[in-house]
Design a protein around this ligand. Sequence first.
Ligand SMILES: [Zn+2]
Length: 466
Amino acid sequence: MGGLKETIYNKMPYPFKFVLLNIKGYLNKKQRYNKQFESFLKEYNTLWKADIATIKTYQENKLGVLLLEVLEHSPWYSSIMKNLGITKTQIEQDPFNVLNKMPILEKTDRKNNVQALLNNKRETAMVGHTSGTSGSPTLDYIDIESINASFAFWKRFHHTIGIKPNTKQVRFSGRLIVDAKASKPPFWMYNYFDNQLLMSTYHLTENNLASYIKKLNAFKPKLLDGYPSAIYIISKYINKNNLKLSFIPSAIAVTAETLYDYQREEIEKAFQCKVYNQYASSEGSPFITECTAGNLHLNLDSGVFEFINIKGEPAKTGEIAKLVVTSFINYRTPLVRYSIEDTVLLSNNKTLCSCGCKMPIIERLIGREDDILWTEAKGFVGRMDTAYKGLEGIIKGQIIQKSPTLIEINLETDALFTKKMKTTFLNNLKARLGEDIEYQLNTVDTIPLGANGKFVAVKRQFKLNF
Ligand SMILES: [Zn+2]
């Protein structure tokens, strides 16, 4: 749902919302899980266990198909390729060589030229709206094959972590599913067709958390998924109050935000099950998924991944790199060498994963490019979660770098946050970011959520050449 439809939905009373959401749920299910979906899922499950040569051949074939389509049917790419002298024969002979010749597509170029980018061989089955932190939303036109393929990759991920089809699940996402001003439960809504309870991420205040736990205990989900920041708030409440849950989920799958180690620890303690991280995007980027051995696998059958370091060169092992993706799950608005402005840490060793999957692994998903801070003394600092280690009394923290020499920190605290804690925290920050910086520490009642209801833990507000 987007735009006007969403505005109308938000104004409806709860029973109407319930009916509308379930009609939508029914239509979605019919569209997503058809015969083509089934055949993709079978194919992807086989590829997860295949040898690396088979996976790479599959990837090369898929890349060839994509490049041929954009050459013939996407005016944007067609004109670039013709200017570069790229031909059908070259693509058929060596698609990777052709890909290397293509320029990188920047986020703003995609947003501003989406009509020219469209691949006219495919029809639009759905239009998505991605609202960023500022400005108008980005439109995502998606075809039916790509929808089916995306859901098949998502279900393959579930399959690899032991989640069965039609599992009872709870989702925490940025959708406003109940009235934003509601002060009494329900803060959730049940989607019958997906056996899914959608829980609001906008009502997770101290006063409401007991009713969330009560509902979770009654519903007993086997899977929880969505924003780690939301599941973390609930987990912290469970742990702090020594609450016993009446169920143990099989898995918790988080996505859309950076997952920090302290969140993982708290969530796994509260729910007594493993957390799995997953990278995907509304633009239809290829998938990166965590396996049962705790490693992040590049799903090579969903696209091509390239890694560029801060010097603009191909990144080496152990380096922080920005992600450039070519996707096999968005044919209608093709992504060929798309700079998605997310960053990862590459693995130091290239050893195979013990889970048996031969797809390559990376060390860590770092997050948005502007999640990375920069100071004269320390250079790029990609992880700030460690600055909170061993501290008590901080409910939520947000670190905003205003300039190379000014950092603002907003904290939601409780009685445990003493003067001593404050000093320790400041020392932790100085150790990571340098001494010659002004640190402005504000204690606030609430830290507002960012775009799409995501929690912004770290943000750099000035541009860097990354
Ligand atoms: Zn693995």
